[in-house]
Ligand binder design. Structure first.
Ligand code: AHM
Ligand code: MG
Length: 338
């Protein structure tokens, strides 16, 4: 059998990058390896989610005699666990947890990164076998090394991210991550249990045909947003259309499609929830970083997502994100604050 050695695994790829910077410590590469390990474990459980449900009908104890936990709690524990056991992370913030967690041991206190993550985004879709995902965001600490990390390490604006990425548990499982140098996608090869470089140097097409928004909330959006969406429905060949509406209800899958194919994803504020639903630190910032590195844009309808100074861990923000030209057209409706 001919083995295609042109396809690098995630580890090989990060090492190749590392070789170009002899002074780099390799901490970020280790961190990504840790996150990939957690993703593989979560992937295994996501794949048998339906079976777990059936077993769950017989009680709350699974075949190993352990309590059957909700998948999002399982995912949270996997990501927190690998980062705690690794040597690159001083603490974490998770969408599943009220407060940030400081690992506070000698090695962790000397680690230069903190990680924020949404362990299983779109988890409401598990029951119906629709793609779900994990989203993560990596910051360099601003607090003193050698001491436990602090809240200010987690409340940095998104433009300070060192890396960000996501895993989509879909028809295949993919890990996509960005550093300032580029965005690369890795597909899990089940035969060797490794993420392999399948989408090198992802660029978000300048424009696209997909728009993704919850139409059920249409009359709750403010007028400029309604007018933009109305315009999306009226696109013709002459005006760059027709557009196709696609909304899975799993942000990871929706933004992933638009990143690859070109499109715009929106979760605007509503009358009931003026800040929308999505979290700045766990959802908006990591995707804004990835999409911007890929050549796209992300705003809250007025300002660049990455320039928002967070004030609390779980704060929400409206989000508009996607292909540059589509975002620029949106701005002609919403206005923009630079
Ligand atoms: P979650 O973090 O509770 O899973 O919610 C986030 C998800 C996103 O993946 C998705 O884009 C959005 O909720 C869908 O919300 P809605 O059903 O209101 O359109
Ligand atoms: Mg979420």
């Amino acid at each position: 059998m001919i083995v295609n050695r042109n396809i690098l695994t995630l580890d090989e790829f990060t090492l190749t990058q590392l070789r170009q910077f002899p002074s780099a410590t390799g901490e970020l590469s280790r961190l990504l390896r840790d996150l990939a390990l957690a993703a593989k474990r979560v992937n295994v459980e996501v794949n048998k989610a339906g079976l777990v449900d059936i077993l769950g009908d017989y009680g709350t104890i699974n075949v190993q005699g352990e309590d059957v936990k909700k998948l999002d709690i399982f995912a949270n524990n996997q990501f927190m666990g690998v980062l705690k056991h690794g040597i690159s992370c001083a603490g974490i913030g998770s969408e599943e947890m009220d407060d940030f967690v400081v690992f506070n041991d000698e090695v962790s206190n000397n680690s230069k990164y903190v990680v924020l993550f949404d362990p299983l985004d779109g988890s409401g879709n598990i029951d119906v076998n629709v793609s779900i995902g994990t989203i993560f965001s990596v910051y360099r600490r601003v607090s003193e090394l050698g001491k436990p990390c602090r809240k200010e390490d987690f409340l940095q604006p998104g433009n300070k991210q060192v890396a960000a990425g996501y895993v989509v548990y879909g028809s295949s499982t993919m890990l996509v991550y960005a550093t300032r140098r580029g965005v690369n996608g890795f597909t899990l090869d089940p035969s060797i249990g490794e993420f392999s470089l399948s989408h090198p140097d992802i660029r978000c097409p300048e424009t696209g045909k997909f728009y993704s928004v919850n139409h059920g909330n249409f009359f709750q959006y403010d007028e400029p947003v309604r007018k933009y969406i109305d315009g999306c429905q009226r696109k013709t060949k002459e005006t760059g259309g027709p557009y196709t509406q696609r909304y899975i209800g799993s942000m990871v899958a929706d933004v992933h499609r638009n990143l690859i194919k070109g499109g715009i994803f929106m979760y605007p504020g509503t009358i009931e929830k003026p800040k929308g639903k999505l979290r700045l630190l766990y959802e908006a910032n990591p995707f804004a970083f990835i999409v911007e590195v890929a050549g796209g844009m992300a705003t809250d309808g007025k300002q660049r997502i990455l320039d928002i100074q967070p004030t609390e861990l779980h704060q929400r923000t409206p989000l508009f994100i996607g292909s540059k030209k589509m975002m620029e057209e949106l701005e002609t409706f919403t206005g923009v604050e630079k």
